[in-house]
Write a protein that binds this ligand. Structure first.
Ligand SMILES: NC(=O)c1ccc[n+]([C@@H]2O[C@H](COP(=O)([O-])OP(=O)(O)OC[C@H]3O[C@@H](n4cnc5c(N)ncnc54)[C@H](OP(=O)(O)O)[C@@H]3O)[C@@H](O)[C@H]2O)c1
Length: 455
């Protein structure tokens, strides 16, 4: 089958940094597809390719076409139809993949224009539509987008992207939990005391201010990536690793989470404010939630994520209950834990107490480490490569279902209310509320502890 990707937002940051390298890698591995990139800023293919694509990406340059296209001028869809028609042969089997990578406020218009484009072909074409996250601004707009999409596409033809599902650490969470008897038997509320999820970025909004201003941290990461991580950490074992079976378990988790009521939002102090470029939207959030299913109820899950932090940290910390302390009557005994570090490299540590040499029955925590790069090498495909490969193969196992998306919007809804208090924090510092929230429960962020710094 001949596959043609029609890339809306083909001149954007995502296309340049992630999609084109992923296309190049897949083409060099023998996949065969064409890409028609769409954008406003270049007038022709040569200038587009020169600015947007690595000149060494030989296979990509051969297959990557460009059409100047402005959504405000619906007649430019004619050029897209013409270009597609030049590539198709009605006797062959053809699949069109419309990939929307635009600011979310343009999605509705883009979907309408895709319907117009799609209705022009006389051949029978199979089709897919790919939509970047966040899917909607809230539950209401997500339902509206979905309704419009479903006028032209069946649900199995719709791929809603959350690229975290293409990341190795996410897939490893499921494999670690469900391919290991020892982990399976301890992964529940009888043994787990609390979970911490930290995603701190060092950079600010940078050149993406216009985009981010309409989005903010809740829509950018919490509604999608963070809640997907929560589902992977707490879902029950799926009947299989197919998209349908995984979605069933993820939806159960999300439906058990109440709308978040323990949270605080922050915004970093904008240095550019005098030039009129101040960030107005929340750039940091800390929150606590519970998954109210039989095996996970009662485990507090502490989450913090946002921009302009001193250190880039992407870490999941699972702390186990410490019965040993009482059993051996020794308060110095450390808890066991599983620590998943995602950045700068993927490692999984299991922390256990073992005897310290030259002592009389004294123990010390020791980490057993899996390092992904040391074990499997550094050439693991990037998340987007895995995601696009699945789209080409019509495998939906790495895509959230629409029910997950609706439930996620319901959960974060209180965080999206207008008029919330937003604490200003100095750049490169943790907002005070993030520490206060966890310290009031008698714990600290593992990532800031001395233990975290020892490897
Ligand atoms: N950037 C990332 O790292 C990243 C990561 C994950 C997900 N995403 C998602 O990807 C999507 C796009 O993000 P981005 O960072 O690539 O945004 P971006 O850099 O702002 O790019 C926006 C794209 O939309 C095009 N566009 C804007 N208005 C248009 C119009 N009226 N007609 C036609 N095209 C128009 C722009 O074309 P011109 O500039 O040529 O006009 C450009 O190609 C978002 O949904 C975002 O959440 C991005």
């Amino acid at each position: 089958m001949k596959q043609i990707i029609v890339q809306f937002g083909g001149t954007g940051d995502l296309a340049q940094k992630k999609l084109y390298p992923a296309y190049q890698s897949l083409l060099s591995k023998g996949y065969e597809f064409h890409i028609i990139a769409l954008g406003r800023r270049y007038s022709d293919k040569a200038s587009f390719q020169k600015e947007m694509v690595n000149p060494e990406a030989r296979e990509l340059l051969e297959k990557l076409d460009y059409v100047q296209y402005d959504m405000a001028e619906p007649e430019s869809t004619v050029r897209i139809v013409e270009r597609i028609e030049e590539l198709i042969d009605c006797d062959a089997s053809i699949e069109l993949i419309y990939y929307i990578a635009l600011q979310p406020n343009l999605y509705e218009d883009a979907i309408h224009q895709i319907q117009t484009i799609d209705s022009q072909f006389t051949c029978t074409l199979s089709k897919k539509i790919v939509v970047e996250k966040p899917f909607g601004f809230d539950a209401e707009s997500a339902a509206r987008y979905n309704k419009i999409l479903s006028l032209a596409f069946k649900d199995e033809e719709i791929y809603r992207i959350d690229h975290y599902l293409g990341k190795e650490f996410m897939q490893n969470l499921l494999i670690m939990r469900f391919h290991n008897d020892i982990i399976r038997s301890i992964w529940n509320n009888r043994t787990i005391e609390s979970i911490q999820i930290v995603f701190d970025e060092t950079h600010g909004v940078d050149q993406r201010l216009g985009f981010y201003e309409k989005i903010g941290v809740v829509r950018d990461t919490i509604q999608n990536h963070i809640l997907q991580i929560v589902t992977y950490l707490t879902m029950s074992e799926p009947a299989s690793f197919t998209s349908e079976d995984i979605a069933i378990e993820k939806v159960k988790v999300l439906r058990s989470i109440k709308p978040i009521n323990e949270f605080r939002l922050g915004r970093y102090e904008s240095i550019g404010s005098t030039r009129g470029h101040a960030v107005e939207t929340p750039t940091y959030a800390a929150l606590k939630l519970y998954v109210n299913t039989f095996y996970y109820a009662g485990i507090p899950i502490y989450i913090r994520t946002g921009k302009m932090q001193a250190r880039a940290v992407s870490q999941i910390y699972v702390k186990f209950k410490n019965m040993t302390r009482s059993v051996v009557n020794d308060d110095s005994i450390h808890e066991n834990s599983v620590i998943i570090n995602i950045h700068p490299e993927l490692t999984i540590d299991i922390s256990m107490n073992l005897k310290e040499p030259n002592t009389s029955w004294k123990s010390r925590p020791v980490k057993f480490r899996f390092n992904h790069a040391d074990t499997f090498g550094v050439n693991t495909p990037e998340a987007y490569e895995q995601i696009i490969e699945k789209i080409l193969k019509s495998d939906k196992s790495l895509f959230p279902s629409i029910r997950e998306i609706y439930e996620s919007w319901r959960i974060v809804e209180p965080m999206l209310q207008e008029g919330q208090e937003i604490e200003i924090y100095p750049a490169r510092s943790l907002p005070r509320f993030a520490s206060r929230m966890i310290e009031k429960d008698g714990i600290i962020w593992y990532t800031d502890s001395a233990a975290a710094k020892e490897t």
